[in-house]
Design a protein around this ligand. Structure first.
Ligand code: NDP
Length: 350
């Protein structure tokens, strides 16, 4: 069994990774920002906590350069794998440098540097990056553009005041670049290899400890809006990205790549994509599967949120990632239905 450090254990994606790791009896140390978040996780896994398979450590501020030193000093012995998911993903910030870029970028370099100093047994680090580090905003409507594992977003720190989405994309791009530069810089003498996972929009059931639907993670927000009736009169625009993946597949990608359950992923960017989506298609899935909610859902014929025609949108190619990971991607209908069922459970228990 493998000893794994998972950062950001309170998050939407990390909760699925944690669940998969503990189900397979691995030993996990996960980090969160506060004692209340630590308590929520340990109380969900009482037997694994008692048996020592799960330890929750508090790292209050990942934007500090030495943020992860103490956790690696305490838990670094025998550690083999680090999965770094913690990074801000929201658009409710005032200062993009302080609230997005610093935790994303310094959080990434601080964990890599703490590993080299205090955990020489680590053989692989997986950093959760994003399609945000792949997309080029200037080319989203260009059908001759093919985004793949090789593509890089050209965004720079000078672009972070343009709009919130660009600032978020910059945070992911700069953090991922810093991770690759860290392992390539011989002075750092990294003994581990690096894999990044680059998901587009992630939908899927919530298993993290959501007190209310208002606290929903950013990528599932649109589904909460739809089931609460906000799409009734008009379906909002989908955004620029139009591609998505299910959270369970993203978690599986971290586990397979991180624990070396698949060959050939060292030094790779893994572009985990299920397919195209649009808000209009999500509305159709909701209408078909939740007829009891029809008062709140947009009726057939309500406009908005359509996917642009093929000649007005980018293309993508993630065939290398699909081949390497061997994941059969969960489809949109199942993902949305499972998401809504999980959200209804939160609503009932709130
Ligand atoms: P969540 O917001 O649910 O999780 C983010 C995690 O990062 C939480 O544990 C959060 O802690 C932690 N975090 C955020 N800011 C800080 C900070 N300043 N200091 C310490 N911890 C912090 O989002 P997701 O699960 O969706 O995102 C997880 C990762 O996946 C992120 O790196 C994100 O960029 C990436 N990603 C997500 C996609 C998606 O569509 N969901 C798509 C592509 C990439 P807390 O719970 O305390 O806020």
């Amino acid at each position: 069994m493998t000893k794994v450090l998972l950062t950001g254990g309170s998050g939407f994606i990390a909760a699925h990774i944690l669940d998969q790791l503990l189900s397979a009896s691995h030993t996990v140390i996960t980090t969160v920002r506060s004692q209340s978040k630590a308590d929520a996780i340990t109380s969900a896994y009482p037997s694994q906590t008692t048996s020592g398979h799960l330890t929750v450590a508090i790292v209050p501020d990942i934007a500090q350069p030495n943020a992860f030193d103490s956790v690696l000093q305490t838990h670094g012995s025998g550690l083999e794998v680090v999965l770094h998911t913690a990074s801000p993903f929201h658009f409710k910030f005032n200062d993009p440098k302080k609230e997005l870029i610093d935790p994303a970028l310094i959080g990434t370099t601080s964990i890599l540097s703490a590993i080299t100093q205090f955990a020489p047994s680590v053989r692989r680090v997986v950093v959760t990056s994003s399609f945000a580090a792949i997309i080029n905003e200037a080319h989203v409507s260009d059908p001759s553009t093919v985004f793949s594992e090789k593509s890089w977003n050209p965004v720079t720190i000078d672009d972070i005041h343009r709009n919130p989405a660009t600032a978020y994309r910059a945070s992911k791009t700069l953090a991922e670049k810093a991770a690759w530069e860290f392992v390539q810089n011989k002075e750092n003498d990294a003994k581990f290899d690096l894999v990044t996972i680059n998901p587009p929009m992630v939908f899927g059931p919530v298993v993290h400890h959501l007190a209310t639907l208002e606290a929903i993670n950013t990528s599932n927000e649109r589904i909460v809006d739809a089931i609460k009736g906000k799409w009734k009169g008009e379906i909002p625009p989908t955004g620029q990205a139009y591609i998505w993946v299910d959270v369970r597949d993203v978690a599986t990608a971290h586990v397979r790549a991180g624990l070396g359950l698949v060959e050939g992923v060292a030094g790779k960017r893994l572009f985990v994509v299920s397919g195209w989506f649009s808000n209009a298609r999500i509305a159709e899935v909701l209408r078909k599967n939740f007829p009891d909610d029809k008062e709140k859902l947009p009726e057939e014929g309500v406009k908005g949120g359509e996917l642009p025609e093929e000649d007005k949108r980018f293309r993508y190619d993630n065939s290398e990632t699909t081949r390497l990971l061997g994941i059969e991607w969960i489809g949109l209908e199942r993902s949305i239905v499972d998401t809504v069922r999980s959200l209804k459970r939160v609503e009932v228990s709130a």
